[in-house]
Write a protein that binds this ligand. Sequence first.
Ligand code: ATP
Ligand code: MG
Length: 578
Amino acid sequence: MLWSKTYIPTLRESPADAELISHKMLMRGGYIRKLQAGVYNYLPLMQRVLHKTINIVREEMDRSGAIEITMPVLHPAELWQESGRWHVMGKEQMRMKDRHNHDMVLGGTHEEVVTNVIRGELRSYRQLPLNLYQIQVKFRDEIRPRFGLMRGREFLMKDAYTFDTDLETHKVAYNKMVDAYFATFNRCGLAVRKVESDTGAMGGSMAHEFMVIVDTDSGEEVIYFCNKCDYAANVEKAESIDPKKIASETAKPLEKVPTPGAATIEQVTEFLKVPAERLVKTLLYLADGKPVAALIRGDRQINETKLRNHFGCLELVMATADVVEKVTKAPVGFAGPIGLKDIRIVADPEVMALTNFVVGANENETHYINVNLKRDFDVKEVATIRNAQVGDICSHCKEGTLSAQKGIEVGNTFNLGLKYSKALNAKFIDAEGKEQLFWMGSYGIGVTRTIQATVEKYNDEKGIIWPATMAPYQVELVPLTLQDDKLRAASFELYDQLNRAGVEVLMDDRDERAGVKFNDADLIGIPLRVNVGSKSLEKGEIELKERAKPEVGAVKQESAVETIKQTIARQIAKPQPF
Ligand code: ATP
Ligand code: MG
């Protein structure tokens, strides 16, 4: 391809709204352009990267035995009502009405549709196992679309769905997808970590996320790792062991004390001169509209996923000030469990281990000190509802400590169990002639997010450094000038030779200064650059420069094509550029 014949609108400056380096580079390199928040055009270079990435995903899915289909984006609302998720997805689900005023959904995931595809028709256990996948656009009205392709409202996903006769065969299918995911991300040059995650709106009992670990703020997820065993989990799921009951101090008499001007944890600990771990926060929420309270230690963060799972509610929101005032009869900041009636209260096990602690007194500017469980109040519900913290003891090996890193979630795998087959009444006939529900799994890869994660991982101050497996072209050919006839002829000849040899080559045939071309070449990040300049030509040579390496090499013109092909083969075999 000639640069002059395609469309690569590079920019000198980063757009103001681009925060991440990867977003800036994709914009500056002329890969993408924004149409509206979370919705992007994929320009010619991006289109080629998409094809490369999709091919990798498709090859690995096919190799694992999955079968490709394409399902519609436009779904009837009835199907989502049948599964019960019409009410669960909330505002994230893009909805519209057709001309007959029928509710429609622009699909953000396809569990319902794929179950509908097989139900009533896939009837025999002999047809199982089955894995159907597609590479398809998804719509989600994300609250905060941001970071370019990382969190879009329209994006590309590979989604696969497995159907099995029982849990054992389901596990085989699940592990095959896990293997396919590692193979896929490896070919994209990405080292991923598989971490445990919450099953959320998907249902089911087992779930993993595949994370690219990053050291920048591009990682929207925090992942906890054990330093002794291979336990890794995301922040929603990560668990540390609960403390044993502290060798109890003798209970001191309960006292109500004024705490003027002290409502926050910092203010109260400062005022009463007690450490935050001796304070119990009483947090009020509305669980499906009903007020509930959660008790955790003052030095801990509440984990709303764990709390939602405990209450088994669809919607969990922080109570507003007026609800807090109504329930506690005190302004915000002074809620406490003593005397709190008629609502469900759940306490974290760490709270259960405390003696002589501090709580709000449900009175303005007042706290109780020397509070003790059982004697002063009782809780019926105990559940781990706190976030794990760095330094906590691992819940798996019970020896190691947890540390945290940031990550980008590029894929995930879910065991759906019988949730969708049950809700949508999808059954097959087993070997004994009995009707059974399908065991299902669902498996996503964010294709466009993976591409941007790769850019986030592989760049320098000059631009992108693509793994050869994903690069839009294998080689960029740069004639240093087009004014010199000999140089021009040699460049076009090499360009033709490379094309005939099946090499994907982009030639920068613009009448620009060499410096401008080199800058753009570094920016768009093609892994191998070939310079044709007068000085080397006089020696019968051309220059080779790998994007990921500092040095420039020279080869004889007659062996150029062969050396280029070998370099590309080496780069593809080891896709991690550094
Ligand atoms: P997240 O927690 O980031 O919102 P999710 O749990 O909603 O992700 P899934 O519904 O399982 O993700 O989707 C499968 C994959 O699709 C994710 O692992 C991610 O790579 C990608 N993905 C999800 N949401 C988006 C989005 N808004 N933009 C781009 N890619 C996305
Ligand atoms: Mg999401």
